[in-house]
Design a protein around this ligand. Structure first.
Ligand SMILES: Cc1cc2nc3c(=O)[nH]c(=O)nc-3n(C[C@H](O)[C@H](O)[C@H](O)COP(=O)(O)OP(=O)(O)OC[C@H]3O[C@@H](n4cnc5c(N)ncnc54)[C@H](O)[C@@H]3O)c2cc1C
Ligand code: FES
Length: 276
């Protein structure tokens, strides 16, 4: 995989929902090479010292023929606010594509269920594209959840793929009134096909997705973790996640070890994770 540091031109920003921005960037190598679930580490201002650390964002969509890719991110702090203000035409330094993405499976009869919470829709949108290109869209379902109707992300884009889409909102203003995990539960119990579940969103939501999916005996459940990161390239150990089982070659008797979300993930098999 061609990972590199690229100067990417900001083409445009648009508001995807209140407090969430979609940014289009020109970066041929990333647009060509990125796989669903991989991320980039972006310098969110023209200076390299303020802020000091790059910010990680999942690749949301790629347009390889145009050499363009997009990010979809919530404005939660200073870094994302700076990113949102970079003028179109300016260039920022972007490292990527980074990490290990989703495994799309090899069973043509499998049913794929994507479960997104909030900005977790970002990598799942890219995944949905790739699954539709590889498998029959009729076998793909997206369950996406948000606080309220106005904050639902990518609903129309998911529908434009022709996949089945279910939406849940915390306040009941649109779709199912309640949690994405309740919607997931109802579909797990009724499906006859081998099921593959993919999820990204708040940590507690993914933990519940994993619990429900594994209890239902799905053939695969993958989650994309968003642990806080520093270097993003596997050097600082700032992003580690506890994983079941001894480290390969470790004879000390430990039945767990740590893996780096930036390098060994961010996508993990849910059954391997020790959830906290
Ligand atoms: C692999 C990866 C992919 C990501 N993809 C996306 C994406 O596609 N869209 C998106 O909106 N966000 C994504 N994130 C989270 C994103 O990186 C953070 O929201 C961002 O770095 C915050 O920067 P900031 O300077 O604006 O906020 P800060 O000032 O750094 O923090 C503001 C608040 O956000 C919280 N925060 C910071 N980093 C994270 C994080 N990694 N996870 C959860 N909360 C955090 C802080 O605890 C704090 O409460 C991803 C994170 C990782 C590790
Ligand atoms: S962020 Fe440095 S090792 Fe993952």
């Amino acid at each position: 995989m061609m990972k590199g540091v690229y100067d990417c031109e900001v083409i445009a920003h648009s508001e995807a929902s209140p407090g969430v921005t979609r940014t289009l960037l020109r970066g041929c190598e990333i647009a060509r090479e990125a796989k669903p679930g991989q991320f980039v580490n972006a310098q969110v201002s023209a200076t390299t010292t303020d802020p000091l650390l790059r910010r990680p964002f999942s690749v949301h969509a790629t347009y390889p023929d145009e050499g363009v890719f997009s990010l979809l991110y919530a404005l939660v702090g200073r870094g994302t606010a700076l990113m949102d203000k970079i003028a179109p035409g300016e260039k920022i330094s972007v490292v990527g594509p980074l990490g290990r993405g989703f495994d799309l499976g090899d069973n043509p009869n499998a049913r794929h269920i994507l479960v997104a919470g909030g900005c977790g829709a970002a990598p799942l949108h890219f995944l949905c594209d790739a699954l539709c290109a590889k498998w029959d869209c009729a076998n793909i379902m997206v369950i996406t959840g948000a606080r309220t109707k106005n904050s639902v992300l990518c609903g129309a884009e998911f529908k434009s793929h022709g996949v089945e889409v279910e939406i849940s909102t915390d306040d009941g203003s649109f779709g199912h009134h309640g949690l994405v995990t309740e919607v997931l539960q109802s579909h797990l119990s009724s499906s006859q096909s081998p099921l593959r579940v993919y999820s990204c969103g708040p940590h507690a939501m993914m933990r519940e997705v994993a619990r429900i999916a594994l209890e239902a005996g799905v053939s695969s459940c993958q989650v994309s973790l968003e642990n806080n990161m520093a270097c993003g390239i596997g050097v600082c150990m700032g992003c580690v996640q506890k994983i079941k089982g001894p480290m390969p070659g470790d004879k000390s008797g430990n039945n767990w070890h740590r893996e780096r979300v930036c390098k060994d993930g961010p996508v993990f098999n849910a059954e391997d994770i020790i959830w906290d």
